[in-house]
Design a protein around this ligand. Structure first.
Ligand code: SF4
Ligand code: SF4
Length: 426
């Protein structure tokens, strides 16, 4: 009976003679003596200590069985998943003119049509609700609130179909928040709206230069006013896109929210991400998508995480996370009804996996599913946090998605600090 291989052991400078054990599988952390760790390594632990570590998923009965379980985990999750999640692009139109946006040349006449909405509703009802699954839609753009009637044409029938079938329906927004007024949120609550991911790219002056209205006017003040007026109705998840030059300014944006009287405890987790060429700074949708391994980026992420926590806002904790591409019940629906597995891949038509008219093709080879099922990854302590990293980053780096986007260097450089931040030790 050995220690789990999905375990990190960190020194504990505050308590000489102790170490911190962190399970990447469970996200559990415990402080133990170096003597206990030595007993664990020698497999001479007392039964009570074995039981305690087993509950934290740090101690396993059979190392080979643990590895097999991890290799089968995603397939197991897919076969048991009772929830279907889709990102739906309602329109590429937007009332902002962010200089880094990669969709700016698609403005006008790129909206999801009434016919595509009807096909989408029929598809989700037939393939998901009628099979007993709950449905979570994430409306995306462009700016999805420029297409509220279409949103309701999709959410209304699916909400009703789910109620009839005894399953659940909910939806969320990825929005620039300029149109996220209280009347709009109240109008959408009966359509299952639960949360909105919004973007503030730094304090007022920085944000206004990064995210001006099409007219050139700054959008910071209207967004903060909207945030104040709706965050008691739905969960607001603030985010922002930083650059190497401006990330130091972002804590001032959090200070501005506090000064506006916004209670950070009532907000969802804050998630900052770098503006990435070609992804257009699109908001990340899973912790697995956020981090990169460049030194400045690691420093920026740790700095922003610390400053965010220090001000009483919450952040995502490291958790088991797998690329959406691996999840069978997860889909991206483009405005024209073309289907993808991940929003940034919409920039590459060769990664389309089908259409609402023709259905979904077999994408296992084209998307290289299970790319992490190799000895190096299965033996890696970071596997539960990484599962081979981001296929999109790999495509940017190598031109294809046929290998892993290894996060070992990034996690070696940052995970210990993140764990200590979450324990309030940093
Ligand atoms: S390819 Fe990358 S951005 Fe897309 S879902 Fe996977 S991890 Fe996220
Ligand atoms: S890609 Fe790298 S960090 Fe991720 S599981 Fe494989 S070896 Fe570990």
């Amino acid at each position: 009976m050995p220690l789990s291989r999905y375990l990190k052991i960190y020194p504990d400078p505050d308590r000489p003679g102790s170490v911190l054990l962190y399970s990447t599988r469970k996200g559990s952390v415990v402080r133990v003596s170096e003597a206990l760790l030595a007993d664990a390594r020698a497999e001479t632990l007392a039964e009570a200590d074995c039981s305690a570590l087993r509950r934290l998923e740090m101690w396993v009965d059979d190392a080979a069985a643990e590895r097999e379980m991890m290799a089968a985990l995603v397939d197991h999750t897919n076969s048991r998943s009772g929830t279907f999640a889709a990102t739906v692009v309602l329109t590429l139109d937007c009332n902002l003119a962010c200089p880094y946006c990669f969709e700016d040349h698609f403005r006008g006449d790129h909206a999801l049509s009434a016919e595509t909405a009807r096909l989408l509703v029929a598809h989700v009802k037939r393939e998901q609700i009628d099979r007993g699954r709950d449905v979570e839609l994430r409306f995306y753009g462009g700016e999805p609130l420029m297409a509220v009637p279409r949103l309701k044409e999709i959410a209304g029938p699916l909400r009703d179909a789910a109620a009839l079938a005894g399953t659940k329906f909910s939806c969320s927004l990825v929005t620039n928040a300029t149109l996220l007024t209280r009347p709009v949120v109240e109008e959408l609550l009966p359509f299952g709206l639960q949360s909105a991911q919004i973007t503030l790219d730094g304090p007022e002056e920085t944000h206004n230069s990064q995210r001006p209205f099409v007219s050139g006017r700054g959008s910071f003040s209207p967004i903060v006013a909207n945030l104040r007026s709706v965050y008691d109705l739905i969960t607001i998840k603030p985010g922002g896109n930083f650059t190497r030059d401006n990330y130091h300014e972002f804590p001032a944006m959090l200070d501005a929210l506090l000064a506006a009287g916004i209670d950070p405890v009532q907000l969802g987790p804050v998630q900052f991400a770098p503006i990435h060429p070609k992804s257009g700074g699109h908001d990340p949708h899973s912790a697995a998508c956020v981090f990169g391994s460049e030194a400045w980026l690691i420093e920026a992420n740790l700095f922003l995480r610390k400053e965010t926590l220090r001000r009483g806002f919450s952040v995502e904790k490291p958790h088991m996370g797998v690329c959406m591409i691996e999840l069978t019940n997860s889909l991206v629906v483009a405005y024209d009804g073309t289907l993808y597995k991940c929003p940034p891949l919409m920039g590459w038509p060769e990664f389309a996996i089908g259409t609402l008219v023709d259905g979904i093709s077999d994408y296992r080879q084209s998307h290289n599913l299970g790319v992490w099922k190799n000895d190096e990854c299965l033996e890696c302590a970071y596997l539960p946090l990484c599962f081979g990293g981001c296929r999109f980053f790999n495509k940017l780096k190598t031109g294809s998605i046929d290998g892993v986007d290894c996060r070992r260097a990034m996690l070696d450089a940052s995970l210990e600090t993140i764990i200590r931040q979450d324990l309030g030790l940093e």
